[in-house]
Every structure is written in C-alpha cells, then in structure tokens.
Design a protein around this ligand. Structure first.
Ligand SMILES: [Zn+2]
Length: 300
C-alpha cells in the first residue's frame, strides 16, 4: 500500500509524464549548452594583441606600396614625392621663342602613333659629347665647340663637351660602353675620320650624324640616348682651305649636330638642313623651329 500510495502521490502516470518531460527538457538544455561550449572551443581565440598585429601588417603593407610607387614614379617619370605633392623634373633651360611656320623642318623620328611629336633627348639632362680629334685637320680647332654652342642655344638642350677620346669611329656603336665610359649611356661621339674608316662618307659626303632612340618608361616613349657625328677629315680640310672655309666647315658640323638632336633633311635650300651644302652658314627659320621643338621634349 505504501508503495502504491507513494507511487500514486508522487509518480502517478500524469505526474510521471510531467517529470519525464521536465527531465527531457533539462537534458535538451544541457545538450545545447554543451554544443555552444564546443563551438566556442573550435572558434580561434582572439588575443588582445590581434588588432595591434593587424594594424602593423596594414601599416607595413601601405608603406611598402607607397615606397614602391614612389620608386616607380621616380624611375619611370622622374617624379619625386614631396610634402607638397608630386614634383617633376624641370628642363635645364628652355629653347628660345621662334616664329612658327616661316620655314621648313622635318624630324628624323617621331613617337609611335603620333607624328607631331618628335623623338628627343631629355631636356632635363645634359647631353654628354666626346670628340676624337686625332685626325682633325689644321684650322679646325674650336669648330666643334662653336657648333655645339649654336645647337645648345637653338634647342635649349645642354650639349656638354666632356673631352677627347680615342674611341675609333665605326659605323655601328653600342649605346653603352662601360669599359670606356662607365655605367651610363655612352656619350655622343664626334669623330674626325675618313671614308676608309666610315664608308658612308665616300663620295661628296662631308659628314654624317644621327642618334639612337631607346624605349623608356611603361608608356613606351622613345628617347634619344646617344649618337654619333662623323666628320670627313680630308673633305673638311679642303673646305677649310677656302677663304670662307671656317664658316662653311662650322656649318657642316652644325648640320650634323642638327641630325644628332633629331632633325632630318628638308627640300628648302634656305635651311641648313638642306641635304647639300649650298653656302648656308647658319640655321634658317625652319631649322630653328624644329630645333626648338627638339629641345621641348618631356623629362622622362
Ligand atoms: Zn645631312
């Protein structure tokens, strides 16, 4: 009886069901709590130092990107990042004002896809020149210097005579000759030579001149980096022997330096860049317009 009463009062069918349901709910709650605890254990722990480390990584990455961008801009475009912003290189000097359209000029080479833009030397760097004067004829002293001064004045470029060299004249020349000139573009070579050394001077050719362009920068712009002028020493000696020989001989050197900085021949005999020497001893208006344009390139 005691057992039945006790059973009926505390564990009768209805109460037992409620008790069972309560126990099951409690078990469910315990299961859910255990599942949350397990999920927390699986989640990576975030220490107090984690945000600090993230900030350091972001700062370091930003610094690397900024420095890399600065180096790229400097190498490719000569731009420098300053506190005032980006600063570009400036030309060493400017070409003189010219009257456009009163003469003829032509460029030896133009930028790919843009025939109005000539290939030029950088106006922000000196154009180094060396002279091989071993075969220079009598009376030619100072001719190259005078012609360089004329072309520098007409272009605004700084054509700087570094000195003499014993580099022999040759029809082909490397743009870099480190064993002779160090780790840089070879300076432009003005060489007094002969048709035997440079066959292009055979016939009535008194001189040859020109420059080589190199593709610089990610934009693929062409830039003259070095060049040569070959002067036919025997032919120039004949010219120098004439009464007006010195002016004519200087004009020959100026014509070839005109080629060196990027001018081509024109059909107008009033211009010094006319293919034949017809007695013109100075740059004409078209020559000067072209030379001013060749001194106005950008400063890549
Ligand atoms: Zn010529």
């Amino acid at each position: 009886m005691r057992g039945q009463l006790w059973d009926r009062m505390t564990f009768g069918p209805w109460r037992r069901r409620r008790w069972m349901l309560r126990q099951l709910r409690r078990l469910d709650e315990l299961d859910a709590r255990e599942a949350r605890a397990a999920a927390d254990r699986r989640r990576p722990r975030r220490s107090v130092a984690q945000p600090f480390r993230t900030a350091v990584v972001v700062c370091a990455t930003t610094a690397i990107v900024v420095v890399g961008l600065g180096v790229l801009l400097h190498r490719e475009y000569g731009l420098t990042l300053t506190a005032d912003g980006l600063r570009g290189p400036t030309p060493l000097s400017r070409p003189p004002e010219v009257t456009p359209g009163v003469g003829s000029h032509a460029f030896a080479m133009t930028q790919p896809g843009d025939e109005s833009r000539p290939v030029t030397y950088s106006p922000c760097r000196e154009v180094a020149v060396v002279v091989n004067d071993a075969l220079a004829p009598p009376g030619s002293a100072g001719l190259v210097e005078e012609a360089l001064a004329e072309v520098s004045a007409a272009t605004g470029l700084r054509l700087v005579l570094e000195g003499t060299t014993d580099e022999p004249a040759a029809e082909r020349r490397e743009l870099r000759i480190p064993e002779r000139y160090g780790d840089r573009w070879a300076p432009a070579l003005v060489a007094w030579t002969t048709p035997e050394q440079v066959p292009g001077l055979r016939g009535d050719v008194a001189g040859l001149g020109g420059s080589s362009a190199f593709e610089l920068g990610v934009l693929g712009r062409l830039r003259y980096v070095s060049g040569t002028v070959h002067l036919d020493a025997p032919a120039m000696a004949t010219i120098l022997a004439r009464p007006d020989g010195r002016d004519l001989a200087r004009a020959v050197v100026m014509h070839e330096l005109g080629h060196l900085v990027g001018l081509d021949h024109v059909d107008d005999p009033r211009e010094l860049m006319y293919a034949d020497n017809v007695g013109v001893t100075g740059f004409g208006p078209g020559d000067r317009e072209g030379l001013a344009a060749l001194g106005s390139g950008d400063c890549l």
